[in-house]
Design a binder for this molecule. Structure first.
Ligand SMILES: [Zn+2]
Length: 171
């Protein structure tokens, strides 16, 4: 996934303003803050609650419902993607601007996220949908799986398995 400019390097705010201008959405402190937070989070999508906590740490306390409103407007204008994984909390991330048809893969364990676009994959999805009676196809695909780090962590347990003490065999 392309690294998004962060606030730390001074480009984050300009980036957020440009994104809002592009979709003709009025610039508000809250919308800019949400875009900055998600840009900083980069590969780790955030819940709205986590954003509210991050804003509190920044000294900008904001209520969760107010934040939901800002996120909703960003989702409606295609800047932010919000999706629920396996019944867990809804996660938000900045939608890739490159293409309307984006493919995304998310780790179910750590929520690491990568997005991109692949013309060949898009064509295959369109073909698959058409074959099953959905001629309009799909715009995006979200693959939920496990990243290499989480797979490695799962396959190397931190503590060895307890050794079962078997009762002595009767003579
Ligand atoms: Zn992971």
């Amino acid at each position: 996934m392309r690294r998004v400019a962060t606030v730390a390097d001074g480009a984050g705010q300009a980036d957020a303003h440009a994104m809002l201008r592009r979709v003709h959405l009025r610039t508000t402190i809250l919308r800019v803050a949400v875009l900055e937070l998600l840009a900083e989070a980069a590969e780790r999508p955030m819940t709205v609650e986590a954003m509210a906590q991050a804003m509190l740490r920044r000294g900008q306390p904001i209520s969760v419902p107010t934040l939901y409103g800002a996120v909703r407007s960003l989702v409606e204008h295609g800047l932010v993607e919000r999706s629920r994984m396996d019944g867990g909390p809804a996660l938000c991330w900045i939608k890739e601007r490159a293409s309307a048809a984006s493919h995304q893969v998310v780790c179910k364990i750590c929520q690491r996220h990568a997005a991109g676009s692949d013309a060949e994959l898009s064509a295959q999805i369109a073909r698959f949908c058409a074959q099953h009676g959905f001629p309009l196809g799909g715009q995006s695909v979200l693959i939920q799986t496990q990243c290499a780090d989480c797979l490695r962590a799962a396959s190397s347990p931190r503590s060895p398995l307890p050794v079962l003490a078997l009762p002595p065999a009767h003579p």
